[in-house]
Design a protein around this ligand. Sequence first.
Ligand code: SER
Length: 448
Amino acid sequence: MTSEEVRRKYIEFFVRYGHQEIPSASLVPENDPSTLFTSAGMQPLVPYLLGKPHPQGKRLVNSQKCFRAQDIEEVGDNRHTTFFEMLGNWSLGDYFKKEQLPWFWQFLTEELKLSHEKLYVSIFDPSASLGTGGNSGVPKDNESYEIWKSLGVPEDHIFAYGVEKNWWSRSGTPEQMPAGEIGGPDSEVFYEFTQVEHDPRFGDKCHPNCDCGRFVEIGNSVFIQYQKQADGTLQELTQKNVDFGGGLERMTAATNDNPDIFETDLFSKIITAIENISGRSYQDIAVSEQFEIITDHMKAATFIIASDILPSNKMQGYVLRRLLRRAAVKFNSICGSTEKPQDLAVVSGSVIDTYAGTDMLDISKKDEIADVIRQELDKFGKTLERGLAEIEKIAQIDGKIAFDLYQTYGFPLEVLEELFAVKGQKIDRQQFNEEFSRHQQVSRQGVK
Ligand code: SER
């Protein structure tokens, strides 16, 4: 299926069950200083999950653009990205588990026509041997277990995990949640790509939460019914909510039984644009990881600039700068100095073309976005070659030299870490940060 078919089927399916469609919120949250980017569809809905009446009712559905900077190191395989579209449906104190799980199952098996045999599910069990790590005081979710069984999911396709895997809040496990934060146990669905052989580097036995890539999570129903208290306990909320989120990219890949999300139509135009300017092919395994990183970062950068953020040294602007510079270094590594980093600006046009016909991106900003990228990478391109040559000469890196490279050539720390990892060297982050603070102090005194 195309991504547009999956997106449309999902929204229409939940509208049939009484949901109102709400627009995707901005990627840069309005009135929420707690986070730089919208990272889940539930984020703009927190006041309503806490009990405030939503103007559109108690059943909502949408497709939300999300950015997760914390996932940046996972990008570079066939299924992780920093930017993604999350299909979401919510019950604001209305329906609960016995509606949500059968509906999602029906959506997957009847609308997307995914094979039952390839679907696995997980439920919360605080005593489970995998993913324990804290006593939440919340009991095992037997209700979800029974619902999955009643839907015909065989017992050997139902797995139980503890708080590390089957608890969701914006800040992680119950122990990590600050007072006031909401969350709850969840139940996930995974698709098994049987053509992917289990990789024993990830453990003796494969299972839905194994990281080898055979199983991919395609949806997560969170039962938001708790709020963390100042005394560290969890208290039941006055209303029990459902917060479902599933990655459009991964669901689309599952409908095609192809484990590589970069081969869905959500990425193919972007990959082609990078192939055209680099002269390299994504199918060449020597460069596929770099392609995945460049593709993800250019897509995320395009969406961030479309949200009126410009590259800078602060907040969202610095995240944007790091994405563009990392993409530029990877681009340089696949095609050398024959191409200039600013050539990557044209890739943003292919991102916009990918989303034409959706309301995810403002198409009229096409030229403006390309100009921002061109200017930023033109500046970085001037020092990139010299910086790389300098790095070649360094026999042993330390935090201080790394800071000098950051200062002089503009290499973000994680890019330096990657460049030196190739030489088998590690950068002392603490020393880098100390150097950074010292420099800030000196410049503050200078200003005084
Ligand atoms: N908030 C949950 C998640 O991000 C479900 O939407 O996985």
